[in-house]
Design a protein around this ligand. Structure first.
Ligand SMILES: [Zn+2]
Length: 137
């Protein structure tokens, strides 16, 4: 089994900054990981009609990772993402909708890759205490 694959938004602003948050609380000391980090992270997979090309690209990226690197686990990390506002019809989505998206993405990928362990998390950090909500499979 290979390194875990984390798939998340790459927004570097302090409030978002999932890379730093993941490193701080989700990785074992010294753990190396595979990472897919793009603006919006996995959310395009929850809206494959609106983001058809982006979703296809991400599915190819994930296929490539699974076929070549055998990730021990795929960890989808959602957050209150600004990328939703790039599409007017998605700009109004609530936090509950955004959490539902990350759960749905996990289901979609689990269906496509039934042998692959996949976890879905959502950044619920308030203030200084970094916290992720974990969703049961
Ligand atoms: Zn984001």
């Amino acid at each position: 089994m290979g390194l875990r694959l984390f798939f998340h938004c790459s927004d570097p602003r302090d409030r978002a900054d999932l890379e730093t948050k993941i490193n701080a609380v989700l990785l074992a000391p010294g753990e190396k990981i595979n990472r897919i980090a793009v603006y919006g992270g996995p959310i395009v997979l929850a809206h494959p009609i609106v983001f058809r090309e982006e979703a296809n690209t991400m599915l190819r990226q994930i296929n490539f990772a699974i076929e070549n690197f055998y990730p021990e686990e795929i960890v989808l990390v959602g957050h209150d993402c600004g990328f939703y506002s790039t599409v007017l019809s998605l700009a109004k989505l609530t936090l509950v909708d955004k959490k539902r998206d990350i759960i749905q993405i996990r289901k979609t990928l689990a269906h496509r890759h039934p042998q692959q362990p996949i976890k879905a998390l959502f950044d619920v950090t308030q203030g200084e205490q970094v916290q992720f909500e974990h969703f049961a499979a």
